[in-house]
Design a protein around this ligand. Structure first.
Ligand code: NAG
Ligand code: NAG
Ligand code: NAG
Ligand code: NAG
Ligand code: NAG
Ligand code: ZN
Length: 511
């Protein structure tokens, strides 16, 4: 650490308290600190000797970064992720987080798990790829052969063969970067200018999934996409995933369309093939999801579909969720009749509802938190508004319902700008059960879970988050997963083995 010259006193206080070396002469004050230390996420974990060494090293790295941030005025978690990403990836703490076995990704969506770069470089270079432009400029894609895609696109230009278009271009890289890649992600150099408000960022977000669906739902791409997604998470030291998926129909080159069952079976097959080649990998489960802009009768059908799929694939299909923007979509209360169907039939269909992904206190979206609790949701997706609902919070805690915190998603979708002000900071300080996840990392320019762990560890967790916090978050991801008790035991053992290796390496210090 550079010798602090004329540091502001705030900085010195930060350094001293982070080091934990300043025993105050005030027992009452010490007692408050001790109590709060025990309350927060991971506060009750007792670290082994080697873990303590690792923790010291990690804290030294963290402190150095925070001191530097205070000196330069540049603190990545307080910046927009698109602008912070480069800095994050240079961080020593980030590199530790990449190596850390993080357990499971419990909140990720089917089309958001593979770097979009791969889609451009690999998928759009496959033969028989057509595209058209909608009136609003969204690119839609479709693979077809021997005849061009059918049906003719409504509200879209004529289908054109991508290969042919590329042949006529002077600068293909330019096209790949500025037309294709930009259709697949939200990433821009000046997000504050590009997305003036939540409506604008959501409008673009929704077009991304329209563009991706024609590419990813082509059967050969679908298989490779899943495999590739698991690879990206595995490389990031994630051993298990629960994927929210709408099971949009997958199609063949000749236009044949597959059933939902086919998609579930394919997920299962690909995950099994992946596990055979990747030691320690546990697998995946699916959370069947439908859109919250549909009407009650549609959702009644999809709840029944979820029940059927879960009966058919009990080890693969974990439950049901509703996806899409809560502020503009229907509320859980609106769907209550549909969502009561399983209970009325005495069927267990676990729910994993997105709820409270809003800044608007007291609205229907905010009220989703009440209904997620009343409908016995197994976990709560985001739960961004939970700290505004003390009664829900108390009951959901009693029922041990965790929140799935997705920091970068919340920031990119403009719920919060500075991670230090993320409401999960309150939950983390009180020890509320939580996991960290990445929602649609590829759409945000992130990968796996590490970027989100960085934001949670450095921003949300503040100065005090340490190795206990991280260990608890990783263990929570398995504990609160939909794995069976037997599967959890196996998963926990695989994770522990990796954790010990990670800790030993970290404790040993810089190579
Ligand atoms: C795309 O990736 C697959 C494997 O994931 C590989 O077999 C194929 O050759 C790649 N295609 C292109 C065009 O890069
Ligand atoms: C093509 O476009 C890329 C990206 O915009 C640019 O970096 C490159 O210099 C261009 N190449 C030529 C030959 O103009
Ligand atoms: C369409 O292609 C699929 C996969 O290649 C094949 O199984 C199916 O028989 C084909 N259907 C028709 C009608 O040609
Ligand atoms: C619900 O939506 C579906 C599909 O958009 C439509 O066919 C159906 O008529 C709607 N039902 C009601 C009751 O509005
Ligand atoms: C939720 O759990 C309560 C208590 O076990 C039960 O009475 C209620 O029917 C459940 N609701 C649903 C929708 O499953
Ligand atoms: Zn989500």
């Amino acid at each position: 650490m550079p010798a602090p010259r004329a540091l502001p006193s705030l900085l010195l206080a930060l350094a001293v308290s982070a080091l934990g070396s300043a025993a105050s002469r005030d027992p009452a004050r010490d007692q408050l600190l001790t109590r709060e230390k025990a309350m927060r996420v991971g506060g009750l974990l007792v670290l082994e000797e080697e873990e303590q060494l690792a923790d010291q090293r990690l804290r030294a790295l963290k402190e150095a970064e925070m001191l530097e941030a205070a000196q330069t005025g540049t603190f990545p978690p307080s910046m927009h992720f698109f602008q912070a990403k480069r800095l994050v990836e240079r961080s020593a703490v980030f590199r530790v987080l990449q190596k850390m076995p993080k357990g499971a990704a419990l909140h990720v969506h089917d089309f958001g798990i593979v770097s979009m770069d791969w889609l451009v470089k690999n998928v759009t270079y496959r033969p028989h790829c057509y595209f058209c432009h909608t009136r609003k400029g969204t690119m839609l894609f479709r693979f077809a052969h021997p005849s061009p895609p059918k049906p003719e696109p409504a509200e879209c230009s004529e289908w054109v063969l991508l290969e042919k278009v590329r042949k006529g271009l002077q600068n293909v890289t330019e096209f790949d970067q500025s037309s294709l890649l930009r259709s697949f992600t939200l990433v821009t150099e000046s997000p504050q200018v590009t997305y003036a408000n939540q409506d604008m960022v959501w409008a673009k977000f929704q077009t991304i999934f329209l563009s991706l669906s024609g590419l990813v739902n082509h059967a050969p791409v679908f298989r490779d996409y899943i495999f590739r997604g698991l690879e990206e998470f595995y490389q990031d030291n994630v051993l298990y995933l629960e994927l929210r998926t709408t099971l949009f129909p997958v199609y063949e080159l000749n236009g044949t369309v597959h059933s939902l069952e086919w998609s579930v079976r394919t997920y299962e097959e690909v995950a099994r093939a992946f596990a055979e080649k990747h030691p320690g990998f546990i697998g995946i489960k699916l959370i069947y999801s439908d859109h919250r802009f549909k009407n009650v009768s549609c959702i009644k059908k999809s709840v029944q579909t979820a029940m059927k799929l879960r009966a058919q694939f009990p080890r693969m299909v974990a439950g049901f969720d509703l996806v899409g923007r809560e502020d503009t979509g229907h509320s859980l209360y609106y769907y209550r009749e549909a969502l009561m169907i399983p209970a009325l039939h005495g069927v267990k269909l676990p729910y994993f509802f997105h709820a409270g992904e809003t800044d608007w206190q007291g609205t229907a979206a905010d009220g989703n938190l009440l209904d997620a609790l009343l409908l016995n949701s197994t976990r709560i997706g985001h739960g961004f508004a939970l700290s505004k609902h003390p009664a829900v919070w108390a009951d959901s805690w009693k029922k041990d319902i965790p929140v799935e915190v997705c920091p970068i998603s919340n920031q990119v979708l403009k719920l919060v700008s500075d991670m230090r002000n993320h409401p999960a900071a309150v939950l983390m300080a009180t020890g509320y059960p939580m996991v960290i996840s990445s929602d649609d990392p590829a759409a945000f320019g992130a990968k796996g879970l590490s970027h989100d762990f960085y934001e949670a560890f450095m921003g949300i967790g503040g100065v005090t988050a340490d190795l206990r916090t991280l260990k608890q978050l990783a263990m929570n991801s398995l504990k609160y997963s939909a794995l069976s008790e037997g599967e959890k035991k196996v998963a926990m053992e695989a994770w522990e083995e990796r954790w010990h290796k990670f800790v030993a390496e970290l404790a040993r210090g810089p190579e």
